[in-house]
Ligand binder design. Structure first.
Ligand SMILES: O=c1ccn([C@@H]2O[C@H](COP(=O)(O)O)[C@@H](O)[C@H]2O)c(=O)[nH]1
Length: 234
């Protein structure tokens, strides 16, 4: 059975803080996620330094007209990220343009995994209805997941609750990257669709993304090691 891998989300504006976490977590995580909070504060040049030898998940969630997303992805090529995100709700033309930009701008052996974010893990059914989507998160994730994979995405960002329905609908092909992970006894914060590391691994996540339960722990390295132990015995 495949191993579920752990991505630590280092959400901070501070370069020193990000360096400190990355150094403490070295060897305890499988990849480092940096997103808009860090990138907007510190710029692109700091990304590779913080990720170090770890694969970099650059989570900027691009969502714009197809041309702008395509050019944006081309501009990101020198960073050498291993995983990149766009929003599936950008639609078929935007996702297809993203696929073309990756294929044209990145060396074949260093192409990042193009992930489409389906429904943010902070969104529940009431929030979906509020934005005019009369569906459950599960229905909407499967709908957008199918659309994104048909348009050329390599994988999807979803909550652990949708792993089984996505596998039923789309099989093993999509790389499933799963935030909204909360080890037992930790706070949900702003996340709405959550599961434990063990539950996500048992459901078939390729990667889980964990931020605050690691970064806000008294000992982030011990928190990451405990999650790895949970994944190893799932
Ligand atoms: O649907 C999504 C997509 C991305 N994220 C990102 O994952 C981490 C989760 O952090 P926690 O502190 O573990 O809640 C964060 O960087 C988000 O931007 C997500 O949570 N949900």
């Amino acid at each position: 059975m495949k191993r579920t891998r752990l991505i630590a989300a280092l959400d901070t504006q501070s370069l020193d803080q990000a360096r400190h976490w990355a150094s403490a977590l070295d060897g305890h995580v499988d990849a480092i996620k940096l997103g808009m909070e860090f990138t907007y504060a510190q710029g692109f040049s700091a990304l590779r330094e913080v990720a170090g030898r770890n694969p970099l998940f650059l989570d900027l969630k691009l969502h714009d007209i197809p041309n702008t997303v395509a050019k944006g992805l081309s501009s990101l090529a020198p960073i050498g990220a291993s995983l990149l995100t766009i929003h599936a709700s950008g639609g078929t033309a935007m996702i297809a343009a993203a696929r073309q930009a990756i294929d044209a701008s990145y060396p074949p052996l260093h192409r990042p995994v193009l992930l489409a974010v389906t429904v943010l893990t902070s969104i529940d059914e009431a929030a979906l209805r509020e934005i005019g989507v009369p569906a459950t998160p599960r229905e909407q994730v499967v709908r957008l997941g199918r659309l994104a994979m048909t348009a050329g995405a390599d994988g999807l960002v979803c909550s652990a609750e949708e792993i089984a329905p996505l596998r039923d609908a789309l099989g093993d092909a999509p790389v499933l990257v799963v935030p909204g992970i909360r080890p037992a006894g930790t706070e949900a914060n702003d996340q709405k669709r959550i599961m434990t590391p063990r539950q996500a691994a048992q459901a078939g996540a390729d990667w889980i993304v964990v931020g605050r339960p690691i970064t806000q722990a008294a000992d982030p390295a011990a928190a990451a090691a405990a999650i790895q132990a949970e994944l190893a015995t799932a």
